[in-house]
Design a protein around this ligand. Structure first.
Ligand SMILES: [Zn+2]
Length: 436
């Protein structure tokens, strides 16, 4: 038994929903009115309130009025693009040229970068995202500012300097040597510090020379626990350019494969248009894919072939892809993932349990975190309380829901940041919608 005198203990009590078992493999929604004992940020007991209070009579009791969910996981989001969310009406390459990249170039100004870093981290947390894989900036000081803001907030974040040395605009270019030395500096400062990890991040194959990708592989192999992320097969015009630039690669993801960049610590965003051979190789190597449905719809990139990914054994998680995506809200990404499947003849029928799993455990596992994304004993208490403002439609729906399943579906259909009342990270209350 834990001695309450030595460690701060909190008991959380209310309706708790999570998906510890994979619903794509028979798992069901775990919906329990129960208590969690949280000791130094970790769940040490799950069961009845009476038993929790008997074990910890002096613990603080926190009642949850709405629904308690695990903190959400966003596995693909671009920090420099926060202020250009909503650039509608362009396909990928035009959107990059006219909307995203001019904004990314502004990150050369450290004052601008610091302001955006704060807005970015705050935006994620208030949307209920407690774990993220984020693209940094093309500039090391701006990427440093992101790590600093995340560290101060308690956000569990994997991120890295974005590198490119061809195509795009020249003020975003680096060299293989500079990419390696700047990454080494950021890794030294931030990798493994608190809840931060470093991800080697070439923007995409299109903007990467073979020498730059070799430099990325060398950085990736410099430590065993670094992560890798980039983009793949997002848009057919983009894919055609990649095929021209890399004539010896058999397909898009083969560019990364030829440079030793696939594996269980690699995650590629989008993969809307993969070949069967690519899916087989991604499954074989354990490479994960971030599905970013809002972005895919907004840029007209296409409908995500989830069934083919599942059949090939490819791990799939969710990403907001801000700023091509339309906000940080992972409930919206879940809903859009559902829409993508509804609109395809061979789409996978997704229920609310699938959506919660994709927004929590799937992302956590894709990032190698076994102890977040669910609320079991031994897990870190990263959690959110969905408690809509009184009088709103979602409030009325939840108060009258006939089942936990229907309540969860309603959260995905209706929920926004405004419905997230409290956010805890590592047991610490980090965000409150309505400060007392
Ligand atoms: Zn992206």
């Amino acid at each position: 038994m834990i001695n309450d005198d030595l460690a701060p203990v909190t008991i959380f009590h209310g309706l708790i929903l999570d998906t510890p078992e994979d619903p794509f493999n028979g798992g069901e929604l775990r919906a329990q009115e129960c208590a969690l004992v949280v000791t130094e940020g970790v769940i040490t007991f799950r069961g009845s309130l009476a038993e929790a209070q008997k074990r910890h009579p002096s613990a603080t009791l926190t009642g949850v009025d709405g629904v308690l969910l695990p903190g959400l996981v966003d596995t693909h989001v671009h920090y420099p693009q926060l202020r250009i969310i909503g650039g509608l009406g362009m396909p990928l390459l035009e959107w990059l040229e006219h909307c995203a990249l001019p904004e990314e170039a502004r990150m050369a100004d450290p004052t601008h970068a610091q302001a955006v870093a704060s807005e970015f981290v705050g935006g994620l947390i208030s949307a209920g995202t407690t774990t993220a894989l984020a693209f940094g900036a093309h500039y090391a000081p701006a990427t440093d500012a992101l790590f600093r803001a995340a560290h101060q907030s308690g956000l569990r974040m994997t991120a890295g300097l974005v590198v490119a040395d061809q195509e795009l605009r020249e003020d975003l270019h680096t060299t293989p040597e500079r990419a390696a030395s700047e990454a080494a500096g950021l890794i030294e400062t931030w990798h493994g510090k608190g809840k931060l990890r470093y991800a080697v991040t070439p923007r995409f194959a299109l903007s990467s020379s073979p020498d730059l990708l070799d430099s990325c592989r060398e950085t990736l192999s410099s430590r065993p626990d670094l992560f890798f992320t980039s983009h793949v097969n997002e848009n057919q015009a983009e894919m055609a350019v990649v095929a021209e630039l890399f004539p010896t690669s058999s397909n898009y993801s083969d560019v990364y494969d030829q440079h030793g960049l696939l594996g269980t610590r690699s995650l590629l965003a989008h993969n809307v248009h993969p070949t069967d051979a690519e899916l087989a190789r991604l499954g074989e190597t354990g490479t994960a894919v971030a599905h970013c449905p809002s972005s895919n719809s907004s840029l007209g990139s296409g409908l995500f072939p989830l069934r083919r990914h599942l059949e090939a054994g490819v791990r799939v998680s969710l990403g907001s892809d801000v700023g091509a995506g339309t906000g940080f809200n992972q409930f919206k990404e879940g809903l859009q993932a559902y829409f993508h499947q509804q609109l395809q003849p061979d789409g996978v029928p997704l229920g609310p349990t699938h959506l919660l799993h994709l927004a929590t455990v799937s992302g956590a596992r894709a990032l190698g975190h076994a102890d977040v994304g669910h609320l079991s004993v031994g897990a870190v208490f990263d959690a959110i309380e969905v408690n809509p403002p009184s009088g709103t439609p979602l409030d009325a729906i939840l108060r009258n829901a006939v089942s936990a399943d229907r309540a969860l579906a309603a959260v995905f259909a209706n929920g926004t940041s405004a419905d997230i009342d409290r956010v805890w990270m590592g047991g610490v209350a980090t965000h409150t919608r309505t400060p007392e």
